[in-house]
Write a new protein. Sequence first.
Length: 231
Amino acid sequence: MSDSRPAYLLVGMTRSGEPDQEDIEGGQKYQELGGKAMQRAGVTIGMVATGSADPANKMEVLEGSYPYQAIAIERFPSVEGLEAFWFSDEYQEAIKVRQQMKSGTLHFVAVLEGADPDEQGEPPAEGVLAYSVTCPPAASEFEGYDLKRYSEIAGGIDRGYKPQLIAQVASAEELRLLEGEWPFPGGVIVRAHPSVQTLVDYWQNPTYIEARKNRPELAMQVVIPGFVMPE
C-alpha cells in the first residue's frame, strides 16, 4: 500500500435508541480519547459520507439489501496514518469505551486504500456529492451472464458525468477488517456521484433496467449523501 494515496474506513452500524446518561458520558470519553489518538498519529479524519433511514441523510438501497441501519465512509491521509491512529494506545482505549455503550453497535470496520489517481478520474461535480457502495455477488454467480453486453448497453447511457472511482477491493478475501464481520460474499467498490438523485435516475432509466438483465443481481448497491472531498 502506498502512503501517497488516501485511505478510507467503511463502517456499518446500528443505533439502538437514544443514549442514556451512561452512554452520553461514554460518548464524551470516546471523543476525548479519539482526539488524543488523532494528535498522536498526526492525522485529521474527514467524514466523506454517511447514510441511514434518517430523512436528513437518507440512504437509498438500489439493489440487493443492506442488513444494518447505517453506513459511513471516513477518510484518512494514508493507510499508514490510519494505522497509526487505530492502533494507538489512546484509540485502543477508546474502542473499549465504545464497546461498552448500549445505544449503538459497529458491525464491521473495513480498510479501503484509495484508488490509483490515474484510475480515479475527476470528481463529477463541485459541492455536495453522493457516494455509491457496490458489493458484487460471489464470483460463481457471474457464470452464464453476458457482461460484455451489459457494459455496452449501460455505457451507452448519457448520464452527463463519469463516476469517480474512490476505492475498490476485488474480493471479500482481500478486504481488510479491523472490527466485526463483512456481510457480503464479494468485495466492494466506492464511487462518487454529483448527487443521490443523479444515480437514482440512472438506475431507473429503462435502458439501464434492460442492461441489468445481462448481469447477476448485486449483493448490494446503496447510495448515500456525501460531502466535498477533503483536500
